[in-house]
Design a protein around this ligand. Structure first.
Ligand code: BAL
Ligand code: ZN
Length: 852
């Protein structure tokens, strides 16, 4: 497959002014008629894209175009010598009923329970009709939908203009929608379904009355309140923090159970994976419910950062995603402890993005070439993209960052722009911000190394920092990047902060001098994770234990526990730290912290997942050894605090459900304590798990207890699994949990996975269900990296390769680290991947296998 390069970007020859779409849905196909008003902007052919379309008719300025007048090849329809003003009328036939790729217009559900929805980002619109389907072509859309009255819900972007019965038929109806905003085709959406709606309203700071509608199946409409409240919170937050108000009279969200992504920000008509919008205490864990709120906010925030200002081309994906993730992380930090928010964001970044940056699929935040853009909806583009915006925001400070974003909206509203445009607006108060462009261009995670020298005569402390980024093949030699390092000095005898500074490391090596330091301090670096780098500072374990006790920054307290764990588990033989200091420091900290901030206390007990630990191992990775060491340390931790668990558990009783940060923290800690108690064989702990399940006030408690029973193979685990299935068999999202708790059990075998894949409720057409099993396998390296595990995993990829290549390719990305394995696994994995390469055909999967 051929590569597309950023350097080859050319403006489209034609602009589209208006699009009139008419989509008629029938039993086994749909007919799409479109009228495009186009005007020439520059010399060149008129180019339309189209995939999986049967072209029925095409006319230009009223004249039927015979096939000699255009070329139709490899998904492109090219008309040479088009006049400057063009009206194109196109008729195509498509088949949403058999569209398993879930791109374009597709049918979700089966039997009598079906609905039709769209997913057009990035290039799905070309599966609906021929169109200049690229983000820099913006047009005003009018959409007419026609379908059987079995589907009473007919939605498209914008405002409802007209609806009624189709004359001459008894059972068909239509609706016409008009979206007054100029938008790229990737933001087009429509829905043809039978849904209930939860309605609310919001008055914007500009005085606009907005109708808010959340559409879901009638059985799910009682799970829409959390999402609705989050939407209103997000609307208000964006007005206060960015001065951005909503711009249409209607905002709709539709829940669909079969969806490749989490959600999609189509203008005025968001489409959501049910997992990312439905929430109720009985059926949704706190963690999931919290992410529902942040995803609702994320899609809402796209209205300004993505929709009103969009990307010039798909290389600029991070322009909208990095900024919008940064905005949703900031929103979420305002809904809970900001330290815990930062911990969770950084844990995700380290586990997934650092791994991607260290492996063969490493790419810059703004890639320079791709075969299939769907392969670049990555944690590098999203999460590292957000880290760059965060560094810029912290460098500027809140006042100047706001001046910069105001300028960005002022200058570029209504346009399709680039990362350079973004940096140029952000740099109006500080031209150095433009230097951050290298963060967008250069792949690889910088490693920052440092040490300190204290001179008691002059009372100066010198911190010397160096940076190094690995040279990724195919890219220029790495340059030093601007790296903000938030630093505080702690006095050893009092634990007080004596100095705080943001150091800017922008050369390969730099010395930073602090004057008037009366005794050698303990230095806390990279506070709040001020840059997405790996830090190797010359600490003693005792310094880290000191920081665990004295840091005022909750994030850094967690960070030092993670550094200690890494020293215990990952350093070379002979350099490994003993766990004593770590265990002692936690034993000192935990009881008090549990009462003050239960959620933070729960996080401090985190031992990085096997996957995250693996991401830090460049070669000779032995999954069994890492698993054994990890479990060994977990066991030691559980035993070291064995006498505390009963008391702590007692202090965290089940209470009437509340959705406050405090209550969520107590539930989170309760589940961790339960697991620790069972691990340490505390007398009666198995019964605590049963009682917690039986008396649970919400899913967090019930599922937490079930997980403990399954992971520890407690005597009643199977009975409780059966009960869980019975109780929730009608709720797909909960049955996903039922699959995932089994597939990710500590003791799972390849045979167990195979059994789940042939279970009567397993469904290859529902990405959530596939991920609930296959995603769980990915989290178990000791199962994944065996001959049987790989057989299963590559079998899944083969099965999905043509049916749903977007999903197949995403699942495949976890195999990218095969080359870090110790032999003989490395060789075995390599052979399996070479074999897979011969048996797949989608460009998505082939591109992900390029480096094998
Ligand atoms: N734009 C795709 C889904 C999201 O990032 O919001
Ligand atoms: Zn997004």
């Amino acid at each position: 497959p051929s590569k597309i390069n950023l350097k080859d970007y050319q403006k489209p020859s034609f602009a589209v002014e208006t699009v009139d779409l008419d989509i008629k849905l029938y039993e086994d196909h749909a007919q799409v008629a479109s009228t495009l008003q186009m005007v020439r902007q520059s010399a060149g052919d008129l180019v339309l894209f189209g995939e999986d379309l049967a072209l029925l008719a095409i006319t230009m300025n009223g004249e039927s175009l015979s096939s000699e007048r255009y070329q139709h090849r490899a998904g492109k329809l090219t008309i040479a010598d088009a006049p400057d003003d063009v009206t194109l009328e196109i008729q195509v036939r498509i088949c949403p009923q058999t569209n398993t790729a879930l791109e374009g217009l597709y049918m979700a559900g089966s039997g009598d329970d079906t609905m039709f929805v769209t997913q057009c980002e990035p290039e799905g619109f070309r599966k609906i009709t021929f169109y200049p389907d690229r983000p820099d072509v913006l047009a005003v859309f009018t959409t007419r939908l026609e379908a059987d009255k079995r589907y009473p819900t007919l939605l498209a972007n914008g405002n409802l203009v007209e609806a009624g019965d189709v004359s001459g038929t008894a059972d068909r109806h239509y609706a016409i929608w008009h979206d007054p905003t100029n938008k790229p085709s990737y933001l087009f959406a429509c829905v043809i379904a039978d849904l209930d709606v939860l309605t609310d309203s919001y008055t914007t700071s500009e005085g606009r009355e907005v109708t808010l509608e959340l559409y879901a199946k009638s059985a799910d409409i009682d799970k829409c309140d959390v999402g609705m409240q989050a939407l209103k919170d997000a609307m208000s937050w964006d007005e206060v923090n960015y001065g951005r108000a909503y711009d249409l009279d209607r905002y709709m969200i539709v829940a669909v159970s079969q969806f490749n992504m989490g959600a999609m920000e189509n203008k005025g008509l968001n489409i959501f994976n049910t997992a990312c919008v439905l929430s109720s205490p009985e059926t949704t864990t706190d963690a999931r419910s919290f992410s529902v709120k942040s995803i609702i906010a994320h899609e809402y925030f796209h209205n300004w950062t993505g929709n009103r200002i969009t990307c010039r081309d798909w290389f600029q994906l991070c322009l909208k995603e990095g900024l919008t993730v940064y905005r949703d992380q900031s929103f979420s930090a305002d809904q809970q402890s900001s330290a815990v928010q930062r911990i969770d964001d950084v844990a995700t970044l380290r586990a997934h993005q650092f791994a991607e940056d260290a492996g063969p699929l490493a790419h810059p935040v703004r890639p320079e070439s791709f075969v299939e853009i769907n392969n670049f909806y990555t944690t590098t583009v999203y999460e590292k993209g957000a880290e760059i915006v965060r560094m810029i925001a912290n460098t500027l400070g809140p006042v100047n960052f706001r001046k910069g974003t105001d300028e960005y909206f002022r200058r570029y509203d209504g346009q399709a722009v680039t990362v350079e445009d973004f940096l140029s607006a952000l740099s109006i108060t500080d031209s150095k911000i433009e230097d951050f462009i290298d963060w967008y261009r250069q792949p690889g995670t910088p490693v920052v190394t440092g040490h300190q020298d204290y001179d008691s005569d002059t009372q100066t402390l010198t911190i010397t920092l160096s940076q190094k980024t690995r040279h990724v093949a195919g890219f220029d030699a790495p340059k030093p990047l601007p790296i903000p390092v938030a630093t505080a000095l702690f006095e050893r005898n009092t634990g007080n902060i004596v100095a705080e500074r943001m150091l800017l490391l922008d050369q390969q090596t730099q010395a930073f001098v602090f004057e008037n330091v009366t005794s050698e301090p303990v230095v806390s670096l990279l506070r709040d994770f001020s840059a997405p780098v790996q830090l190797n500072y010359d600490y003693q374990d005792e310094d880290l234990a000191f920081l665990l006790e004295h840091e005022t920054n909750g994030f850094n307290r967690w960070q030092v526990t993670q550094m200690l764990v890494n020293r215990i588990l990952l350093q070379n033989k002979g350099e490994k730290s003993s766990p004593d200091i770590y265990l002692h420091a936690l034993a000192q900290t935990l009881p008090t912290l549990a009462a003050e901030d239960a959620m933070l206390a729960a996080r401090l007990l985190d031992i990085p997942s096997a996957q995250e630990l693996a991401s830090a191992i460049p070669q000779d990775y032995d999954p069994e050894a890492i698993k054994a060491q990890r479990e060994g340390l977990y066991q030691q931790l559980a035993l070291a605090l064995k006498d505390e668990w009963a008391e702590l558990y007692k202090q965290l009783p089940i209470q009437a459900y509340q959705d406050s940060a405090d209550a969520r923290g107590r539930r989170a800690l309760r589940n961790v304590v339960l697991d620790m108690a069972v691990t340490a064989n505390v007398a009666g702990a198995a019964e605590w798990a049963q009682r917690q399940y039986d008396n649970a006030s919400c899913m967090t408690e019930r599922f937490g207890a079930l997980k403990v029973m399954v992971n520890h193979q407690l005597a009643k685990a199977d009975d409780y699994l059966a009960d869980f299935y019975e109780r929730f068999q009608d709720n797909d999202l909960v049955i996903d949990l039922w699959f995932s708790v089994q597939a990710s059990a500590d003791t799972v075998t390849p045979d167990d996975i195979t059994a789940l894949l042939i279970h009567k409720d397993f469904d290859w057409n529902t990405p959530n269900r596939v991920r609930s099993v296959v995603g769980a396998v990915a989290s178990q390296p000791t199962v994944l990296w065996t001959a049987d595990g790989l057989d299963i995993y590559t079998g899944v990829i083969k099965k999905l390769d043509t049916a749903n290549p977007v999903l197949a390719s995403r699942l495949l990305q976890v195999l990218a680290r095969w080359n870090t394995l110790a032999e003989p696994r490395r060789q075995m994995a390599h052979e399996q991947l070479l074999d897979l390469q011969k048996q797949v055909s989608s460009k998505h999967v082939l591109e992900s296998l390029e480096s094998v």
